[in-house]
Design a protein around this ligand. Structure first.
Ligand code: GLN
Length: 242
């Protein structure tokens, strides 16, 4: 078996260490004897949804989001949105997460349209949220990461939050929510990278991809001793730093 992980805009939206998510997805597949290929898709490149098993879209600075926002309008954005609506698994972090909503409005700049997959929108303010984060989620239990964003994300009436902020600021520092989930797509502000210390999310994405491509219902568990230790240490560190 083989899974293809497509890193959207990996050549430009890649400064927050989110590559670790792509490596974690590939490695946890390979540990299970599943071949994993990592592809990247940049501005101007056409998206073939049949060639993708898992999407990853990382963070990026405001100026990097401008050409990407333009690129994701029209046919490419429609294809991506339809793929997600059909249940394609995706992790989108920060800048990528923002553009899965209706728009991201950088502070004092022009509004950047997203693809409107999440019923959510983001407005940047003068303050930057930076620091360790701990979130409690129904789907995955506790989640740990690091946030670095000025965009504040607000969820609409049909949106489901990923979880509740235990430590840190999250979507907007006001409503206690962090991230958004819909179908098999997970959006959040959790850099770190997220997946190496949160294996439940990695396995959720891999499982969804195997089910769609090969109709496999069960995912063989892995020994996660190191991930559990790293996760607990990240919580401890968040408790003493924020
Ligand atoms: N440029 C966006 C913001 O500042 C996203 C930042 C990021 O991807 N870390 O909110």
């Amino acid at each position: 078996m083989k899974l293809t992980i497509c890193w959207l805009y990996g050549d430009t939206m890649n400064i927050y260490g989110d590559r670790g998510n792509v490596l974690a997805l590939a490695q946890r597949a390979r540990w299970r004897g599943i071949e994993a290929e990592i592809t990247t898709l940049g501005v101007g490149q056409a998206l073939d949804p049949d060639a993708v098993d898992i999407y990853f879209w990382g963070g990026g600075q405001d100026r990097e989001q401008i050409p990407v926002s333009s690129d994701i309008q029209g046919e490419k954005g429609t294809v991506l949105r339809q793929s997600l609506e059909d249940g394609a698994p995706m992790l989108a972090v920060c800048g990528g997460y923002q553009l899965l909503g209706t728009h991201y409005h950088p502070y004092g700049e022009a509004k950047l349209p997203g693809i409107g997959f999440f019923d959510a929108w983001s407005e940047a303010g003068p303050e930057r949220f930076i620091g360790n984060v701990v979130v409690d989620s129904d789907r995955f239990g506790s989640l740990v990461g690091f946030e670095n964003h000025s965009g504040l994300t607000y969820l609409g009436p049909t949106a489901e939050a990923l979880g509740r902020v235990r430590i840190g600021r999250g979507n907007n520092g006001k409503d206690g929510q962090e991230g958004c989930v819909r179908n098999n797509a997970v959006g959040c502000y959790l850099h770190g990278a997220l997946l190496p210390k949160n294996p439940a999310v990695t396995d959720f994405l891999i499982q969804a991809a195997l089910q769609r491509r090969y109709d496999i219902q069960e995912l063989e568990p892995l020994a996660d001793d190191l991930e559990v230790i790293a996760h607990a240490e990240a919580i401890r560190r968040a408790e003493v730093t924020r």
